[in-house]
Design a protein around this ligand. Structure first.
Ligand code: F6R
Length: 607
Protein backbone atom coordinates (compact mmCIF):
# COMPACT_ATOMS: atom_id res chain seq x y z
CA UNK A 1 0.00 0.00 0.00
CA UNK A 2 2.92 2.26 -0.61
CA UNK A 3 2.78 5.29 -2.87
CA UNK A 4 5.12 5.58 -5.85
CA UNK A 5 5.82 8.53 -8.12
CA UNK A 6 8.18 9.11 -11.04
CA UNK A 7 8.81 12.10 -13.28
CA UNK A 8 10.81 12.97 -16.34
CA UNK A 9 10.50 16.35 -18.03
CA UNK A 10 11.61 19.94 -18.15
CA UNK A 11 10.55 21.15 -14.68
CA UNK A 12 12.30 20.55 -11.36
CA UNK A 13 11.64 16.90 -10.82
CA UNK A 14 12.26 16.77 -7.08
CA UNK A 15 9.57 19.38 -6.48
CA UNK A 16 7.06 17.49 -8.61
CA UNK A 17 7.82 14.14 -6.99
CA UNK A 18 7.72 15.58 -3.44
CA UNK A 19 4.32 17.16 -4.17
CA UNK A 20 3.12 13.80 -5.54
CA UNK A 21 4.41 12.02 -2.43
CA UNK A 22 2.64 14.52 -0.20
CA UNK A 23 -0.63 13.60 -1.89
CA UNK A 24 0.17 9.89 -1.68
CA UNK A 25 1.10 9.91 2.00
CA UNK A 26 -2.39 8.55 2.69
CA UNK A 27 -1.12 5.26 1.24
CA UNK A 28 1.50 4.81 3.91
CA UNK A 29 3.74 6.97 6.00
CA UNK A 30 6.34 4.68 7.58
CA UNK A 31 9.13 6.24 5.51
CA UNK A 32 9.74 8.34 2.43
CA UNK A 33 12.51 8.55 -0.11
CA UNK A 34 13.58 9.98 -3.45
CA UNK A 35 16.33 9.32 -5.96
CA UNK A 36 17.31 11.44 -8.94
CA UNK A 37 19.91 11.79 -11.64
CA UNK A 38 22.04 14.87 -10.90
CA UNK A 39 23.63 17.26 -13.39
CA UNK A 40 26.72 15.06 -13.70
CA UNK A 41 24.63 11.97 -14.48
CA UNK A 42 25.10 10.36 -11.04
CA UNK A 43 22.34 8.93 -8.92
CA UNK A 44 21.50 10.74 -5.68
CA UNK A 45 19.43 8.93 -3.07
CA UNK A 46 17.79 10.38 0.04
CA UNK A 47 15.50 8.33 2.26
CA UNK A 48 14.34 8.50 5.83
CA UNK A 49 11.97 6.62 8.10
CA UNK A 50 8.96 8.53 9.37
CA UNK A 51 6.83 11.09 7.62
CA UNK A 52 7.63 12.95 4.41
CA UNK A 53 8.68 15.97 6.50
CA UNK A 54 11.70 13.98 7.73
CA UNK A 55 12.76 13.49 4.12
CA UNK A 56 12.21 17.17 3.37
CA UNK A 57 14.49 18.10 6.28
CA UNK A 58 17.15 15.76 4.90
CA UNK A 59 16.94 17.49 1.52
CA UNK A 60 17.43 20.99 2.93
CA UNK A 61 20.49 22.73 1.50
CA UNK A 62 21.15 19.99 -1.07
CA UNK A 63 21.53 20.63 -4.79
CA UNK A 64 18.26 19.27 -6.13
CA UNK A 65 18.63 20.38 -9.72
CA UNK A 66 17.22 17.58 -11.82
CA UNK A 67 14.57 16.74 -14.37
CA UNK A 68 14.32 13.00 -13.65
CA UNK A 69 13.46 11.36 -10.33
CA UNK A 70 11.43 8.69 -8.56
CA UNK A 71 9.98 8.72 -5.05
CA UNK A 72 8.21 6.52 -2.52
CA UNK A 73 6.13 6.67 0.61
CA UNK A 74 6.05 3.36 2.49
CA UNK A 75 3.57 1.22 4.37
CA UNK A 76 5.85 -1.52 5.62
CA UNK A 77 5.14 -5.14 4.71
CA UNK A 78 8.53 -6.93 4.39
CA UNK A 79 11.14 -5.61 6.79
CA UNK A 80 10.86 -3.30 9.74
CA UNK A 81 10.50 0.46 9.50
CA UNK A 82 14.02 1.93 9.21
CA UNK A 83 16.13 3.98 6.81
CA UNK A 84 17.72 0.96 5.10
CA UNK A 85 14.38 -0.67 4.31
CA UNK A 86 13.04 2.63 2.97
CA UNK A 87 12.75 3.06 -0.79
CA UNK A 88 14.21 3.80 -3.33
CA UNK A 89 16.52 0.79 -3.41
CA UNK A 90 19.57 1.35 -5.54
CA UNK A 91 22.38 -0.67 -7.10
CA UNK A 92 24.87 0.96 -9.47
CA UNK A 93 22.91 3.17 -11.87
CA UNK A 94 19.56 1.51 -11.18
CA UNK A 95 17.05 2.70 -8.63
CA UNK A 96 13.58 1.29 -7.93
CA UNK A 97 10.45 2.00 -5.94
CA UNK A 98 7.86 -0.69 -5.28
CA UNK A 99 4.29 -1.04 -4.07
CA UNK A 100 2.99 -4.53 -3.31
CA UNK A 101 4.30 -7.91 -2.24
CA UNK A 102 6.61 -10.31 -4.12
CA UNK A 103 5.30 -13.64 -2.90
CA UNK A 104 8.27 -15.72 -4.09
CA UNK A 105 10.85 -13.22 -2.82
CA UNK A 106 12.54 -15.63 -0.37
CA UNK A 107 13.25 -18.23 -3.04
CA UNK A 108 14.46 -15.64 -5.55
CA UNK A 109 16.68 -14.02 -2.92
CA UNK A 110 18.39 -17.36 -2.23
CA UNK A 111 18.96 -17.93 -5.96
CA UNK A 112 20.42 -14.44 -6.36
CA UNK A 113 22.64 -14.88 -3.30
CA UNK A 114 23.98 -18.09 -4.83
CA UNK A 115 25.17 -16.15 -7.88
CA UNK A 116 26.88 -13.55 -5.73
CA UNK A 117 24.30 -10.85 -5.00
CA UNK A 118 24.51 -9.25 -1.59
CA UNK A 119 21.41 -7.65 -0.10
CA UNK A 120 21.35 -4.59 2.08
CA UNK A 121 17.72 -4.52 3.19
CA UNK A 122 15.14 -7.04 4.38
CA UNK A 123 12.69 -5.98 1.69
CA UNK A 124 11.23 -8.07 -1.10
CA UNK A 125 11.61 -4.98 -3.32
CA UNK A 126 15.38 -5.31 -3.39
CA UNK A 127 14.95 -8.76 -4.93
CA UNK A 128 13.35 -7.17 -7.98
CA UNK A 129 16.18 -4.64 -8.15
CA UNK A 130 18.71 -7.47 -8.13
CA UNK A 131 16.81 -9.29 -10.87
CA UNK A 132 16.75 -6.16 -13.05
CA UNK A 133 20.48 -5.62 -12.51
CA UNK A 134 21.35 -9.21 -13.32
CA UNK A 135 19.32 -8.96 -16.53
CA UNK A 136 20.87 -5.59 -17.36
CA UNK A 137 24.34 -7.11 -17.06
CA UNK A 138 23.35 -9.57 -19.75
CA UNK A 139 21.18 -7.46 -22.00
CA UNK A 140 22.12 -3.82 -21.31
CA UNK A 141 18.60 -2.64 -22.05
CA UNK A 142 16.28 -1.48 -19.28
CA UNK A 143 12.95 -2.30 -20.91
CA UNK A 144 13.80 -5.92 -21.66
CA UNK A 145 15.52 -6.33 -18.28
CA UNK A 146 12.38 -5.16 -16.48
CA UNK A 147 10.22 -7.41 -18.68
CA UNK A 148 12.37 -10.49 -17.96
CA UNK A 149 12.50 -9.73 -14.25
CA UNK A 150 8.78 -9.13 -13.99
CA UNK A 151 8.04 -12.54 -15.54
CA UNK A 152 9.86 -14.17 -12.61
CA UNK A 153 7.99 -12.60 -9.73
CA UNK A 154 4.71 -13.75 -8.19
CA UNK A 155 2.10 -11.65 -6.39
CA UNK A 156 0.62 -8.20 -6.91
CA UNK A 157 3.10 -5.37 -7.36
CA UNK A 158 3.84 -2.13 -9.16
CA UNK A 159 7.39 -0.97 -9.85
CA UNK A 160 8.99 2.17 -11.15
CA UNK A 161 12.60 1.66 -12.23
CA UNK A 162 15.01 4.49 -13.11
CA UNK A 163 18.27 3.97 -15.02
CA UNK A 164 20.71 6.85 -14.60
CA UNK A 165 22.97 5.82 -17.51
CA UNK A 166 20.25 6.28 -20.13
CA UNK A 167 18.03 8.70 -18.18
CA UNK A 168 14.97 6.55 -18.60
CA UNK A 169 12.16 5.31 -16.39
CA UNK A 170 10.22 2.10 -16.83
CA UNK A 171 7.09 1.17 -14.89
CA UNK A 172 5.02 -2.00 -14.74
CA UNK A 173 2.33 -3.50 -12.53
CA UNK A 174 0.22 -6.55 -11.83
CA UNK A 175 -2.81 -6.29 -9.55
CA UNK A 176 -1.59 -3.00 -8.03
CA UNK A 177 -2.52 0.51 -9.08
CA UNK A 178 -0.40 2.44 -11.55
CA UNK A 179 -1.24 5.44 -13.66
CA UNK A 180 0.79 7.48 -16.13
CA UNK A 181 0.34 11.12 -17.07
CA UNK A 182 1.61 13.61 -19.60
CA UNK A 183 1.33 17.32 -20.14
CA UNK A 184 2.09 19.85 -22.86
CA UNK A 185 2.58 17.29 -25.58
CA UNK A 186 4.80 15.02 -23.51
CA UNK A 187 6.90 17.85 -22.03
CA UNK A 188 6.32 16.39 -18.58
CA UNK A 189 5.83 12.65 -18.09
CA UNK A 190 4.69 11.15 -14.82
CA UNK A 191 3.85 7.85 -13.21
CA UNK A 192 2.13 7.27 -9.90
CA UNK A 193 0.02 4.94 -7.78
CA UNK A 194 -2.93 7.30 -7.99
CA UNK A 195 -4.13 9.91 -10.53
CA UNK A 196 -4.50 12.19 -7.53
CA UNK A 197 -0.72 12.72 -7.48
CA UNK A 198 -0.85 13.98 -11.06
CA UNK A 199 -3.45 16.72 -10.59
CA UNK A 200 -2.08 20.12 -11.56
CA UNK A 201 0.75 18.67 -13.69
CA UNK A 202 -0.67 16.13 -16.13
CA UNK A 203 -3.42 17.05 -18.57
CA UNK A 204 -3.77 13.52 -19.92
CA UNK A 205 -3.95 10.33 -17.87
CA UNK A 206 -3.23 6.77 -18.98
CA UNK A 207 -4.33 3.69 -17.05
CA UNK A 208 -2.19 0.74 -18.18
CA UNK A 209 -3.52 -2.77 -17.73
CA UNK A 210 -1.61 -5.50 -15.90
CA UNK A 211 1.77 -6.48 -17.38
CA UNK A 212 1.92 -3.52 -19.77
CA UNK A 213 5.39 -1.94 -19.73
CA UNK A 214 5.31 1.87 -19.56
CA UNK A 215 8.54 3.33 -20.90
CA UNK A 216 9.48 6.98 -20.43
CA UNK A 217 12.38 8.32 -22.49
CA UNK A 218 14.39 11.45 -21.73
CA UNK A 219 16.08 12.04 -25.09
CA UNK A 220 15.31 15.04 -27.37
CA UNK A 221 12.24 13.24 -28.64
CA UNK A 222 10.58 12.54 -25.30
CA UNK A 223 8.42 9.43 -25.48
CA UNK A 224 5.82 7.54 -23.50
CA UNK A 225 5.54 4.02 -24.92
CA UNK A 226 3.34 1.13 -23.88
CA UNK A 227 4.70 -2.34 -24.61
CA UNK A 228 3.70 -5.93 -23.98
CA UNK A 229 6.05 -8.24 -22.06
CA UNK A 230 7.21 -9.57 -25.47
CA UNK A 231 8.18 -5.91 -26.23
CA UNK A 232 5.57 -5.49 -28.98
CA UNK A 233 3.58 -2.20 -28.84
CA UNK A 234 0.56 -2.44 -26.55
CA UNK A 235 -2.86 -0.86 -26.83
CA UNK A 236 -3.98 -2.21 -23.44
CA UNK A 237 -4.40 1.11 -21.68
CA UNK A 238 -7.16 3.63 -21.13
CA UNK A 239 -6.54 7.27 -22.01
CA UNK A 240 -8.49 10.10 -20.31
CA UNK A 241 -8.40 13.87 -20.05
CA UNK A 242 -7.57 15.18 -16.59
CA UNK A 243 -10.76 16.62 -15.08
CA UNK A 244 -9.79 17.28 -11.44
CA UNK A 245 -8.56 20.70 -10.43
CA UNK A 246 -6.04 21.73 -7.77
CA UNK A 247 -8.91 22.88 -5.48
CA UNK A 248 -9.82 19.29 -4.88
CA UNK A 249 -6.44 18.54 -3.32
CA UNK A 250 -6.27 21.53 -0.98
CA UNK A 251 -7.80 21.90 2.46
CA UNK A 252 -8.90 25.49 1.94
CA UNK A 253 -10.39 26.98 5.09
CA UNK A 254 -10.58 23.63 6.91
CA UNK A 255 -8.13 22.32 9.47
CA UNK A 256 -8.37 18.78 8.15
CA UNK A 257 -9.37 17.12 4.90
CA UNK A 258 -11.78 14.95 6.88
CA UNK A 259 -13.71 18.00 8.04
CA UNK A 260 -13.66 19.47 4.53
CA UNK A 261 -15.01 16.20 3.17
CA UNK A 262 -17.79 16.03 5.79
CA UNK A 263 -18.81 19.56 4.77
CA UNK A 264 -18.80 18.70 1.06
CA UNK A 265 -21.57 16.12 1.48
CA UNK A 266 -24.67 18.28 0.93
CA UNK A 267 -23.42 19.61 -2.41
CA UNK A 268 -22.32 16.18 -3.54
CA UNK A 269 -25.75 14.74 -2.73
CA UNK A 270 -27.47 17.45 -4.78
CA UNK A 271 -25.10 16.87 -7.69
CA UNK A 272 -25.68 13.10 -7.67
CA UNK A 273 -29.27 13.16 -8.90
CA UNK A 274 -28.29 15.73 -11.52
CA UNK A 275 -25.51 13.42 -12.74
CA UNK A 276 -27.80 10.38 -12.95
CA UNK A 277 -30.99 12.01 -14.22
CA UNK A 278 -29.64 14.67 -16.57
CA UNK A 279 -25.94 14.06 -16.89
CA UNK A 280 -23.32 11.60 -18.04
CA UNK A 281 -24.45 8.91 -15.59
CA UNK A 282 -27.91 8.49 -17.11
CA UNK A 283 -27.03 5.76 -19.60
CA UNK A 284 -25.18 3.64 -17.05
CA UNK A 285 -28.04 3.81 -14.52
CA UNK A 286 -30.84 3.16 -16.97
CA UNK A 287 -29.01 0.28 -18.65
CA UNK A 288 -28.64 -1.38 -15.26
CA UNK A 289 -32.33 -0.77 -14.53
CA UNK A 290 -33.08 -3.70 -16.84
CA UNK A 291 -31.25 -6.22 -14.65
CA UNK A 292 -33.42 -8.92 -13.12
CA UNK A 293 -31.12 -10.91 -10.82
CA UNK A 294 -32.43 -13.67 -8.56
CA UNK A 295 -30.11 -12.44 -5.85
CA UNK A 296 -27.63 -9.63 -5.28
CA UNK A 297 -24.32 -10.41 -3.68
CA UNK A 298 -22.52 -7.31 -2.39
CA UNK A 299 -18.79 -7.53 -1.57
CA UNK A 300 -16.75 -4.72 -0.03
CA UNK A 301 -14.47 -3.86 2.89
CA UNK A 302 -14.69 -1.54 5.90
CA UNK A 303 -16.81 1.54 5.42
CA UNK A 304 -17.77 0.41 1.92
CA UNK A 305 -19.15 -2.85 3.37
CA UNK A 306 -21.24 -0.86 5.85
CA UNK A 307 -22.58 1.22 2.98
CA UNK A 308 -23.40 -2.18 1.43
CA UNK A 309 -25.54 -3.02 4.48
CA UNK A 310 -27.51 0.19 3.96
CA UNK A 311 -27.97 -0.71 0.29
CA UNK A 312 -29.10 -4.24 1.21
CA UNK A 313 -32.09 -2.72 2.97
CA UNK A 314 -33.10 -0.86 -0.18
CA UNK A 315 -33.05 -4.02 -2.26
CA UNK A 316 -34.71 -6.32 0.25
CA UNK A 317 -37.32 -4.06 1.83
CA UNK A 318 -38.65 -2.52 -1.36
CA UNK A 319 -37.40 -4.42 -4.41
CA UNK A 320 -37.84 -7.73 -2.55
CA UNK A 321 -34.66 -9.04 -4.18
CA UNK A 322 -32.64 -11.25 -1.82
CA UNK A 323 -29.37 -9.50 -1.07
CA UNK A 324 -26.34 -10.61 0.92
CA UNK A 325 -23.41 -8.46 2.01
CA UNK A 326 -20.04 -10.18 2.17
CA UNK A 327 -16.78 -8.95 3.62
CA UNK A 328 -14.62 -9.17 0.54
CA UNK A 329 -11.66 -10.41 2.61
CA UNK A 330 -13.65 -13.51 3.64
CA UNK A 331 -15.82 -14.08 0.58
CA UNK A 332 -13.55 -16.11 -1.65
CA UNK A 333 -12.22 -18.33 1.12
CA UNK A 334 -15.54 -19.88 2.00
CA UNK A 335 -16.28 -21.35 -1.41
CA UNK A 336 -19.44 -19.25 -1.80
CA UNK A 337 -22.42 -20.46 -3.78
CA UNK A 338 -22.80 -18.00 -6.66
CA UNK A 339 -24.20 -18.44 -10.13
CA UNK A 340 -25.11 -16.79 -13.40
CA UNK A 341 -28.47 -15.57 -12.10
CA UNK A 342 -26.83 -13.57 -9.31
CA UNK A 343 -25.62 -10.03 -9.60
CA UNK A 344 -22.20 -9.31 -8.05
CA UNK A 345 -22.19 -5.76 -6.69
CA UNK A 346 -18.85 -4.35 -5.54
CA UNK A 347 -18.47 -1.15 -3.57
CA UNK A 348 -15.22 0.74 -3.25
CA UNK A 349 -13.99 4.30 -2.95
CA UNK A 350 -10.52 3.64 -4.34
CA UNK A 351 -11.42 0.83 -6.71
CA UNK A 352 -8.06 -0.68 -5.75
CA UNK A 353 -8.83 -2.64 -2.56
CA UNK A 354 -7.14 -6.00 -3.13
CA UNK A 355 -9.81 -8.04 -1.32
CA UNK A 356 -12.66 -6.40 -3.23
CA UNK A 357 -10.84 -6.97 -6.51
CA UNK A 358 -10.31 -10.62 -5.64
CA UNK A 359 -14.04 -11.01 -4.86
CA UNK A 360 -14.86 -9.43 -8.21
CA UNK A 361 -12.47 -11.80 -10.01
CA UNK A 362 -14.08 -14.79 -8.31
CA UNK A 363 -17.57 -13.69 -9.42
CA UNK A 364 -16.34 -13.09 -12.94
CA UNK A 365 -14.79 -16.54 -13.08
CA UNK A 366 -18.19 -17.99 -12.08
CA UNK A 367 -19.87 -16.00 -14.88
CA UNK A 368 -21.68 -13.71 -12.46
CA UNK A 369 -22.38 -10.26 -13.91
CA UNK A 370 -20.26 -7.74 -11.98
CA UNK A 371 -21.31 -4.14 -11.32
CA UNK A 372 -19.30 -1.71 -9.23
CA UNK A 373 -20.28 1.31 -7.21
CA UNK A 374 -16.96 3.11 -7.23
CA UNK A 375 -15.41 6.55 -6.82
CA UNK A 376 -12.19 6.46 -8.82
CA UNK A 377 -12.92 6.36 -12.53
CA UNK A 378 -10.28 4.34 -14.33
CA UNK A 379 -9.34 2.35 -11.18
CA UNK A 380 -8.78 -1.40 -11.48
CA UNK A 381 -12.26 -2.24 -10.19
CA UNK A 382 -13.77 0.26 -12.60
CA UNK A 383 -11.93 -1.24 -15.54
CA UNK A 384 -12.56 -4.86 -14.66
CA UNK A 385 -16.27 -4.72 -13.83
CA UNK A 386 -18.90 -5.35 -16.49
CA UNK A 387 -20.56 -2.04 -15.58
CA UNK A 388 -20.01 0.81 -13.13
CA UNK A 389 -21.92 3.46 -11.26
CA UNK A 390 -19.67 6.32 -10.17
CA UNK A 391 -20.41 7.78 -6.75
CA UNK A 392 -19.07 11.22 -7.78
CA UNK A 393 -17.55 11.98 -4.37
CA UNK A 394 -14.53 13.76 -5.85
CA UNK A 395 -11.08 13.11 -4.43
CA UNK A 396 -11.27 11.75 -0.87
CA UNK A 397 -8.04 12.44 0.98
CA UNK A 398 -8.84 11.90 4.67
CA UNK A 399 -7.90 8.30 5.41
CA UNK A 400 -11.19 7.86 7.26
CA UNK A 401 -13.86 7.61 4.62
CA UNK A 402 -16.80 10.00 5.05
CA UNK A 403 -18.30 11.47 1.91
CA UNK A 404 -17.67 8.23 0.02
CA UNK A 405 -19.98 6.35 2.44
CA UNK A 406 -22.79 8.82 1.82
CA UNK A 407 -22.38 8.74 -1.94
CA UNK A 408 -22.12 4.94 -2.03
CA UNK A 409 -25.35 4.49 -0.08
CA UNK A 410 -27.18 7.03 -2.25
CA UNK A 411 -25.89 5.60 -5.51
CA UNK A 412 -27.13 2.22 -4.28
CA UNK A 413 -30.49 3.84 -3.56
CA UNK A 414 -30.71 5.09 -7.14
CA UNK A 415 -29.81 1.67 -8.48
CA UNK A 416 -32.52 0.00 -6.39
CA UNK A 417 -35.10 2.56 -7.52
CA UNK A 418 -34.05 2.19 -11.15
CA UNK A 419 -34.29 -1.61 -10.98
CA UNK A 420 -37.76 -1.28 -9.47
CA UNK A 421 -38.81 0.82 -12.46
CA UNK A 422 -39.42 3.86 -10.27
CA UNK A 423 -37.21 6.28 -12.11
CA UNK A 424 -38.81 5.97 -15.52
CA UNK A 425 -41.16 8.92 -15.24
CA UNK A 426 -39.89 12.45 -15.01
CA UNK A 427 -42.30 13.08 -12.14
CA UNK A 428 -40.63 10.34 -10.09
CA UNK A 429 -37.19 11.70 -10.89
CA UNK A 430 -38.32 15.09 -9.63
CA UNK A 431 -39.69 13.46 -6.46
CA UNK A 432 -36.40 11.67 -5.77
CA UNK A 433 -34.37 14.78 -6.56
CA UNK A 434 -36.44 16.65 -3.95
CA UNK A 435 -35.89 13.94 -1.37
CA UNK A 436 -32.12 13.96 -1.96
CA UNK A 437 -32.21 17.78 -1.65
CA UNK A 438 -34.09 17.50 1.62
CA UNK A 439 -31.39 15.17 2.91
CA UNK A 440 -28.72 17.64 1.78
CA UNK A 441 -30.55 20.50 3.54
CA UNK A 442 -30.81 18.50 6.77
CA UNK A 443 -27.08 17.72 6.67
CA UNK A 444 -26.39 21.42 6.09
CA UNK A 445 -28.49 22.22 9.15
CA UNK A 446 -26.69 19.58 11.20
CA UNK A 447 -23.29 20.93 10.23
CA UNK A 448 -24.38 24.36 11.48
CA UNK A 449 -25.03 22.76 14.88
CA UNK A 450 -21.53 21.37 15.12
CA UNK A 451 -20.87 23.14 18.44
CA UNK A 452 -23.43 20.85 20.17
CA UNK A 453 -21.66 17.75 18.93
CA UNK A 454 -18.30 19.26 19.82
CA UNK A 455 -19.49 19.78 23.39
CA UNK A 456 -20.40 16.12 23.76
CA UNK A 457 -16.99 15.18 22.35
CA UNK A 458 -15.23 17.48 24.83
CA UNK A 459 -17.02 15.84 27.76
CA UNK A 460 -16.50 12.25 26.68
CA UNK A 461 -13.25 12.10 24.75
CA UNK A 462 -11.29 10.47 27.59
CA UNK A 463 -13.74 7.61 28.18
CA UNK A 464 -12.25 4.22 27.51
CA UNK A 465 -15.07 2.40 25.78
CA UNK A 466 -17.91 3.25 23.42
CA UNK A 467 -20.80 1.12 22.25
CA UNK A 468 -22.61 2.41 19.19
CA UNK A 469 -26.02 0.79 19.02
CA UNK A 470 -28.82 0.86 16.50
CA UNK A 471 -31.62 -1.34 15.20
CA UNK A 472 -32.86 -2.11 11.71
CA UNK A 473 -31.51 0.39 9.17
CA UNK A 474 -29.53 2.09 11.93
CA UNK A 475 -27.46 -0.97 12.81
CA UNK A 476 -25.06 -0.36 9.85
CA UNK A 477 -24.77 3.23 11.07
CA UNK A 478 -23.75 1.97 14.51
CA UNK A 479 -21.05 -0.19 12.89
CA UNK A 480 -19.78 2.71 10.77
CA UNK A 481 -19.87 5.15 13.72
CA UNK A 482 -17.74 2.81 15.83
CA UNK A 483 -15.29 2.29 12.96
CA UNK A 484 -14.84 6.05 12.50
CA UNK A 485 -14.17 6.58 16.21
CA UNK A 486 -11.71 3.67 16.43
CA UNK A 487 -9.68 4.64 13.45
CA UNK A 488 -9.19 8.34 14.09
CA UNK A 489 -9.52 8.64 17.90
CA UNK A 490 -7.78 5.35 18.81
CA UNK A 491 -10.50 4.51 21.26
CA UNK A 492 -12.13 1.15 21.74
CA UNK A 493 -15.53 1.32 20.13
CA UNK A 494 -17.94 -1.37 19.00
CA UNK A 495 -20.99 -1.23 16.81
CA UNK A 496 -23.79 -3.46 18.04
CA UNK A 497 -27.37 -4.20 17.14
CA UNK A 498 -29.26 -2.68 20.09
CA UNK A 499 -31.10 -5.91 20.79
CA UNK A 500 -27.91 -7.98 20.85
CA UNK A 501 -26.21 -6.21 23.72
CA UNK A 502 -28.09 -8.21 26.33
CA UNK A 503 -26.75 -11.41 24.79
CA UNK A 504 -23.27 -10.83 26.20
CA UNK A 505 -21.63 -7.42 25.84
CA UNK A 506 -23.92 -5.86 28.44
CA UNK A 507 -21.50 -7.42 30.97
CA UNK A 508 -19.06 -4.65 29.99
CA UNK A 509 -21.41 -1.79 30.83
CA UNK A 510 -20.62 0.38 33.85
CA UNK A 511 -20.33 4.09 34.57
CA UNK A 512 -17.15 4.40 32.48
CA UNK A 513 -18.71 3.13 29.25
CA UNK A 514 -20.49 5.36 26.74
CA UNK A 515 -23.45 4.18 24.69
CA UNK A 516 -24.01 6.17 21.51
CA UNK A 517 -27.62 5.12 21.01
CA UNK A 518 -28.90 5.75 17.50
CA UNK A 519 -32.66 5.85 17.54
CA UNK A 520 -34.61 6.34 14.34
CA UNK A 521 -38.39 6.44 14.06
CA UNK A 522 -38.24 2.77 13.01
CA UNK A 523 -38.41 0.33 15.99
CA UNK A 524 -38.43 3.35 18.29
CA UNK A 525 -40.00 1.75 21.37
CA UNK A 526 -37.88 -1.35 21.23
CA UNK A 527 -34.70 0.71 20.94
CA UNK A 528 -35.78 2.78 23.96
CA UNK A 529 -36.08 -0.43 26.01
CA UNK A 530 -32.53 -1.35 25.01
CA UNK A 531 -31.27 2.04 26.17
CA UNK A 532 -33.04 1.53 29.50
CA UNK A 533 -31.15 -1.73 29.97
CA UNK A 534 -27.86 0.16 29.62
CA UNK A 535 -29.01 3.05 31.77
CA UNK A 536 -29.90 0.57 34.53
CA UNK A 537 -26.25 -0.53 34.51
CA UNK A 538 -25.03 3.07 34.81
CA UNK A 539 -23.77 3.38 31.25
CA UNK A 540 -23.44 6.96 29.93
CA UNK A 541 -26.12 7.51 27.29
CA UNK A 542 -25.64 9.76 24.28
CA UNK A 543 -28.88 9.51 22.35
CA UNK A 544 -29.10 10.57 18.72
CA UNK A 545 -32.75 10.51 17.78
CA UNK A 546 -35.96 12.37 16.84
CA UNK A 547 -35.74 15.94 18.17
CA UNK A 548 -39.29 15.92 19.54
CA UNK A 549 -38.84 12.86 21.73
CA UNK A 550 -39.16 13.95 25.36
CA UNK A 551 -38.72 10.35 26.42
CA UNK A 552 -35.33 10.09 24.79
CA UNK A 553 -34.28 13.46 26.12
CA UNK A 554 -35.17 12.37 29.66
CA UNK A 555 -33.45 9.03 29.39
CA UNK A 556 -30.15 10.28 28.02
CA UNK A 557 -27.19 12.06 29.59
CA UNK A 558 -26.55 13.87 26.29
CA UNK A 559 -29.12 14.28 23.56
CA UNK A 560 -28.59 15.21 19.91
CA UNK A 561 -32.03 15.76 18.40
CA UNK A 562 -32.47 15.31 14.66
CA UNK A 563 -35.31 16.08 12.29
CA UNK A 564 -36.21 12.83 10.50
CA UNK A 565 -39.38 14.13 8.83
CA UNK A 566 -39.72 13.16 5.20
CA UNK A 567 -36.33 11.47 4.99
CA UNK A 568 -37.69 7.93 5.32
CA UNK A 569 -35.18 5.41 3.97
CA UNK A 570 -32.49 8.12 3.57
CA UNK A 571 -32.46 8.95 7.29
CA UNK A 572 -29.60 6.53 8.16
CA UNK A 573 -27.29 8.52 5.87
CA UNK A 574 -28.27 11.70 7.74
CA UNK A 575 -27.58 10.20 11.18
CA UNK A 576 -24.24 8.92 9.98
CA UNK A 577 -23.02 12.49 9.46
CA UNK A 578 -23.62 13.12 13.16
CA UNK A 579 -21.34 10.17 13.97
CA UNK A 580 -18.70 11.47 11.56
CA UNK A 581 -18.65 14.81 13.35
CA UNK A 582 -18.60 13.17 16.76
CA UNK A 583 -15.60 11.01 15.81
CA UNK A 584 -13.86 14.03 14.31
CA UNK A 585 -14.21 16.15 17.46
CA UNK A 586 -13.30 13.29 19.85
CA UNK A 587 -10.13 12.77 17.78
CA UNK A 588 -9.45 16.50 17.81
CA UNK A 589 -9.70 16.58 21.61
CA UNK A 590 -7.30 13.65 21.77
CA UNK A 591 -4.89 15.38 19.41
CA UNK A 592 -4.50 12.47 17.00
CA UNK A 593 -3.39 12.80 13.40
CA UNK A 594 -6.90 12.91 11.99
CA UNK A 595 -6.17 12.79 8.27
CA UNK A 596 -3.48 10.15 8.60
CA UNK A 597 -4.29 7.95 11.58
CA UNK A 598 -1.55 5.59 12.76
CA UNK A 599 -1.12 2.16 11.12
CA UNK A 600 -3.65 2.88 8.38
CA UNK A 601 -3.47 3.46 4.66
CA UNK A 602 -6.31 4.75 2.57
CA UNK A 603 -6.08 2.26 -0.19
CA UNK A 604 -5.47 -1.30 0.99
CA UNK A 605 -3.85 -2.97 -1.99
CA UNK A 606 -2.51 -6.00 -0.11
CA UNK A 607 -4.70 -8.95 0.91
C1 F6R B 1 -12.65 3.44 6.88
C2 F6R B 1 -12.01 3.17 5.61
C3 F6R B 1 -11.79 1.77 5.19
C4 F6R B 1 -12.20 1.61 3.72
C5 F6R B 1 -11.87 0.21 3.22
C6 F6R B 1 -12.35 -0.01 1.80
O1 F6R B 1 -12.80 4.80 7.09
O2 F6R B 1 -11.64 4.08 4.91
O3 F6R B 1 -12.48 0.88 6.01
O4 F6R B 1 -13.57 1.87 3.64
O5 F6R B 1 -10.49 0.00 3.29
O6 F6R B 1 -11.75 0.91 0.93
P1 F6R B 1 -12.32 1.17 -0.52
O7 F6R B 1 -13.65 1.83 -0.37
O8 F6R B 1 -11.32 2.07 -1.18
O9 F6R B 1 -12.43 -0.15 -1.18
Amino acid sequence: MCGIVGHIGTKNSVEIVLEGLKRLEYRGYDSAGISFVDETGDLQIYKKSGRLDNLKSLLKGKNLNTTISIGHTRWATHGEVNDVNSHPHTRGSVSIVHNGIIENADRLREELKNIGFKFQSQTDSEVFLALVCSNLDEKKDLVSSVAESFKKIEGNSAFVVMFAKTCEIVAIKRGAPLVCGSSNNLKELLVSSDPFALIGVADTIFFPEDEVICSFGQDQKRELKFLELNLKPSTRYLKKKQTSSLNSVEKGEFEHFMLKEIHEQPDLIRALTQYYFAGVGKDALFTLAKLKPNRICISACGTAAYAGLVIRDFFEKENRIPCVVELASEFRYRNPIIGEKDLGLFISQSGETADTLAAQHLCKSEKVKTVSIVNVEGSTLYRESDANLLIKAGVEIGVASTKAFTQMALTGRLLALAMKGELESEANQVKITKKFSLLADRIDALIVRTSEIKKVAERLYNKSGFFFTGRGSYFPIALEGALKLKEIAYVHAEGYASGELKHGPIALIDETVVNIAIVGPELFDKTISNIQEIKARKGIIVAIGPEDSTELKKLSDYFIGLNFDGLDELAPVYVNVCNQLLAYYVAKEKGTDIDKPRNLAKSVTVE
